[in-house]
Design a protein around this ligand. Structure first.
Ligand code: M6R
Length: 369
């Protein structure tokens, strides 16, 4: 079943181009996203929504955090995101015309399910959508609208292809919502759809950097801690990179929005802590570069994932710069930049000799709180 792969995680990382193709399949017609892909009531429900509240845990929560940037930036719709274990025990104020969106690979995560139930108990007519990878799961049964990610079964405890397809699903959702509410021009929709269709090949090229990343992973063998930095959507991608490293290699890792460095974590930096920066060529790149200068000035050991045009290492100093991708856009960038981070944690875990597919203390589906 594993074929040429040593672990399910590795197999699943390499299945991602196909998982994206499968998730897009049947959801697009010509240049536009099919609103009916979200269920036959989708058009009617979407037309009334004024705000999206995303609830999820772990990696699925990170997908939600990326989507918040997209929602507000691309269609100007307010979007809140919260981890389910917090949401369910608060008394959240739910504004009228909110859509409650749960994101889950398994559809059985206890906290996510309980958060959906308690929100519905507070507001009986609350509309709900789930983005889920398992048909016939509790979340799909209890939500008004269902969008299935077609990642296929994910066996490795570390979520990889499920996350990628959740982001694809979120991009489709925001595009559908944008169209129903006239918040998106046809030109913009066309560009998003074209970007999504390019994703399988973008991911394929990102996967080709495995050998370089394997080399870089050596530097982590004796490290106790690592810091991941990003700005904009790359901040949640940094969080996802840090979670993956913790989860399978047992190295402590933290993610910070790069602009927060000087509010505390800069004190940590010395030549023993690897700092991983995610640096696509976007409008925040110059800001990120100056944050990285601060890290460099303190002797931090930097590993930069950038694209063809980022040119982070302009002064020729010795940095680990990996041209991870090329030609990425607003939607495709976070999805593509996450791929090398998955490979990095996988190869660090191999070096550390941990149980990659079944890390200690963790379960694939967290059905108890
Ligand atoms: O099945 P779910 O997506 O609801 O699971 C949520 C988290 O338990 C899950 O993403 C977890 O964080 C992963 N093991 C991370 O790789």
């Amino acid at each position: 079943e594993l074929g040429e792969h040593r672990h399910y995680m590795h197999k699943e990382i390499f299945e991602q181009p196909q998982s994206v193709i499968d998730t897009l399949q049947g959801r697009i017609s010509g240049d536009s996203v099919l609103v009916s892909a979200f269920g036959h009531q989708a058009e009617e429900i979407f037309s009334k929504i004024e705000q999206v509240q995303i609830i999820a845990c772990g990696t699925s929560y990170h997908a939600g955090l990326v989507a918040k940037y997209w929602f507000e930036d691309i269609i100007g719709m307010p979007c809140l995101v919260e981890v389910a274990s917090e949401y369910r025990y608060r008394n959240p104020v739910i504004r009228p015309n909110t859509l409650l969106l749960t994101i889950s690979q398994s559809g059985e995560t206890a906290d996510t399910l309980a958060a959906l139930r308690s929100a519905k108990a507070t507001q009986a007519d609350l509309a709900s959508l789930t983005i889920c990878n398992v048909p016939e799961s509790s979340l799909t049964r209890e939500s008004d609208l269902v969008f299935l990610t077609h990642a296929g079964p994910e066996i490795g405890v570390a979520s990889t292809k499920a996350f990628t397809t959740q982001l694809v699903a979120l991009a489709l959702f925001l595009t559908a919502m944008g169209r129903v509410q006239n918040r998106l021009s046809t030109g913009r929709e066309k560009a998003i759809v074209a970007g999504l269709q390019k994703l399988p090949s973008l991911i394929q090229s990102a996967l080709q950097h495995e050998a370089v990343i394997k080399d870089i992973a050596q530097q982590f063998a004796d490290k106790g801690s690592a810091l991941f930095l990003g700005r904009g959507t790359m901040y949640p991608i940094a969080m996802e990179g840090a979670l993956k490293l913790k989860e399978i290699s047992y190295i402590h890792a933290e993610a910070y929005p790069a602009g927060e460095l000087k509010h505390g974590p800069l004190a940590l930096i010395d030549d023993t802590i690897p700092v991983i920066a995610i640096a696509p060529k976007d409008e925040l790149l110059e800001k990120l570069k100056s944050n990285l200068q601060e890290v460099k000035a303190r002797g931090g050991q930097m590993i930069v994932f950038e694209d063809e045009d980022s040119n982070v290492n302009t002064d020729g100093d010795d940095l680990n710069v990996i041209k991870a991708t090329t030609n990425v856009g607003r939607i495709t960038a976070p999805i593509t930049f996450n791929i090398p981070l998955q490979l990095l944690s996988y190869h660090v875990a191999l070096i550390k000799g941990t149980d990659v597919d079944q890390p200690r203390n963790l379960a694939k589906s967290v059905t108890v709180e």
